[in-house]
Design a protein around this ligand. Structure first.
Ligand code: SD4
Length: 309
């Protein structure tokens, strides 16, 4: 059944992020404001995969990617952004204050500073420092399935000080009381990536897509695979053809599986989506992808995505 307003977001950190988004949505606020406020919570927390506390690239620097989209089809993104705490808000400024869609690297940082965002120290969090030292021992460049919630392997994120493995790259989509969509996506990308590597998260139509006539979708996982099929644009276009959010996510996953000739046991990609009726759904390649669904102040819970294998 449909819900409105509704906000959904990837992985465990989605719960706290949804809560912040709901403070806006629950009062009749705009989806765009909600999805920005929501993922800022994740950017503020120390975790493996979002914000300045996250894992660095293989040269030891944290480089951040983010994108945002509103109900008018406006979008903004930043990529390869260093030393700025809230890339999602910089992405929004790119959308609202420049004639451009994307700013990257040094130019994105310069724009952020000119807009009043503080330039933070180039310093790893204690957790990231420990993970980086561990990674340097072998320096393997190999994607690990569901790294966000397993905590194992060469990309293993360090545990939080409270012992939780509660970390995430976050994508969030929302439908507000007025029936408008907004979406956001923010990440440090893949831990120990090559310097300069961008994933799907800052690419409109890959990590995030919103079309106010149809719905909104976001993704998590191995960004290269999502980019190759224009993943979230595909999900939204499938919903336009009449498929439910879950079915649209499933068909997009199957496209990736097919492109890889079925050899996907080492790849994780998950999509989630909402349609205009407020129905939501998700689908992933592998078991283990989870997302948070919030439809009320006390209705905010984790859901396990269906999966291909
Ligand atoms: C990327 N899609 O940079 C991101 C990483 C991610 O959960 O979503 N991890 O490829």
């Amino acid at each position: 059944a449909g819900n409105k307003p509704i906000v959904i977001s990837t992985w465990n950190e989605g719960i706290a992020a949804n809560k912040a988004a709901w403070e806006i949505l629950g009062k009749g606020g705009r989806a765009l404001d909600a999805v920005e406020a929501g993922v800022r919570v994740t950017e503020d927390s120390i975790n493996c995969c979002v914000g300045l506390g996250a894992n660095p690239d293989r040269d030891g620097h944290v480089t951040l990617d983010a994108s945002i989209m509103d109900e008018h089809g406006n979008c903004g993104s930043v990529a390869f952004l260093e030393r700025i705490k809230h890339p999602i808000s910089v992405a929004r400024r790119v959308m609202e204050k420049t004639p451009h869609v994307m700013l990257v690297g040094e130019g994105a940082q310069r724009f952020a500073v000119a807009e009043g965002f503080p330039l933070e120290a180039d310093k790893l969090s204690a957790d990231a420092e420990a993970s980086y030292k561990e990674w340097l021992k072998k320096s393997e460049y190999k994607p690990v399935v569901n790294i966000e919630n397993t905590g194992h392997g060469p990309f293993a994120p360090a545990r939080l000080s409270n012992g939780d493995l509660n970390h995430d790259t976050i994508g969030m989509v929302a439908l507000d009381a007025a029936g408008n969509f907004g979406g956001s996506c923010t990440t440090s990308g893949m831990g120990f990536k090559m310097r300069g590597r961008l994933g799907d998260s800052p690419i409109i139509g890959a990590g995030l897509f919103v079309d106010n006539e149809v719905g909104a979708a976001t993704s998590s996982g191995l960004g290269e695979e999502v980019i190759k099929v224009c993943g979230t644009h595909l999900v939204v276009e499938l919903m336009r053809q009449g498929y439910s959010p879950e079915k649209a996510c499933k068909l997009a996953v199957e496209r990736i599986v097919k492109r890889n000739k079925g050899n996907v046991k080492d790849i994780q990609v998950g999509f989630l989506a909402i349609n205009k009726a407020g129905e939501y759904g998700a689908f992933a390649i592998q078991k283990g992808f989870t997302y948070a669904v919030c439809t009320g102040e006390n209705k905010n819970e984790m859901v396990a995505s269906k999966y291909f294998i």
